[in-house]
Design a protein around this ligand. Sequence first.
Ligand SMILES: [Zn+2]
Length: 261
Amino acid sequence: MKIYLPSNGKLKFNSVQMNAPSIGALRIIPNLSQIEHYAKNEFLRTLLEKPEQLEELTICDRDYLFLLAVGGINLNKISGSYNCKCGKKVSFDFNLDTAIATFLEKDDRLKIQKQINKNKYTFQTLLVKDETVATEYALEDEKNYEERFEFAKVILTLGQKLDDKGMEWLQKQDMSIYYAAKFFEQCMFHGIEPFQLTTCVHCQKQTLVHVPVVKTLLQVNISVIMSRFASLAKSVDFNSFCSLTIPELNTLMQNLTNQHK
Ligand SMILES: [Zn+2]
């Protein structure tokens, strides 16, 4: 299916062709990277008609595609739960059919220059390939990975070269520059925000909760799905089984149950 990207024509291409996740594609799940955004990339590469486009997408575009792909496994619904302050566990469903995507506007620019305290700074929206560079840099010191990754992204957002000199440069800057880079990233958000305002059924308190998109994918039990093949082997061959999507599989299983009734 053709999917329009929320970067909305700011890149070399404004849409991608992506396949709905089939059972065959889900078989990669147990082997996905421990690093969340690498896991997203690895999964999306199996779905994109042109996997080489992935690195050229903005990080927001990538997260948008990933959300759609995971939604495609679960009938556009992603379920989660959280502990409310009243002490009760609350379940919620995030419905992609009613979620609103933010697309960049005509006047938005992925790269801008700004004068702050008499100095000129560049601010740019990061692409997946920039995130990969930041990850590799951060992994050079695994113990401090989280902190290095955050700093690396800021250095790249500010258009600096990512090396120890770039890190030194950032440390010499006023903290306001660091936050300006973070703020620029927030202002340029595009896609669907993976958050939901949820009301506790016990105390009515509202909480903004994170939608567990990656976790939903990782929790798919591929061995359970593969075991369904046994009951369908009479009606489909293995290759056709692997090309089914999860909703198609559910329909087939339902038909099978109905036949036996
Ligand atoms: Zn509550």
